[in-house]
Write a protein that binds this ligand. Structure first.
Ligand code: SF4
Length: 141
């Protein structure tokens, strides 16, 4: 029996595969990553995104899959307001005031895994992209 990496399986099927190091999902799981705290960077997850759960809850941390630390609910507040409420946390990250962040950020290693690599199938250039398909499809009157 051969052992094919998961990404090879999908590349062979013309999928673009996004690969990154293992996430700890907000410190929930251990990872093999070990970057010195002295080299810590602002968490890419915290400074670039906001997650919204199916029931409208917005967690403080995008890796907080259970919503244990919430900042509000998108059913009752605007996304702009919720994004604004996360601003104080973004500021702490960007000012590198990591000690002032909530406890979850102290043990989490996901700030080390913000970057990802996109692997493209070899014949990716020849594929018809969905947008091109739409443009080349004659309009039905
Ligand atoms: S460093 Fe903090 S904000 Fe970033 S993923 Fe981890 S717990 Fe979430």
């Amino acid at each position: 029996m051969s052992c094919t990496p998961t990404w090879a399986h999908w590349l062979a099927r013309n999928a673009v595969v996004k690969v990154r190091r293992q996430l700890s999902w907000g410190g929930r799981f251990e990872t093999g990553l070990g970057i010195s705290p002295a080299d810590r960077i602002p968490c890419p997850w915290a400074v670039t995104m906001m997650h919204v759960f199916w029931d409208g809850r917005v967690p403080r941390c995008p890796g907080d899959t259970e919503g244990e630390e919430g900042v509000g609910n998108a059913w009752h507040d605007s996304l702009a307001n919720l994004w604004g409420q996360l601003g104080a946390y973004r500021d702490l990250h960007l000012e590198r005031d990591f000690d002032a962040l909530p406890e979850r950020c102290h043990t989490c290693t996901d700030w080390m895994t913000g970057a990802a690599e996109r692997l493209r199938p070899r014949n990716d250039d020849t594929r018809v992209k969905p947008a091109q398909q739409r443009l080349s499809t004659p309009m039905v009157q």
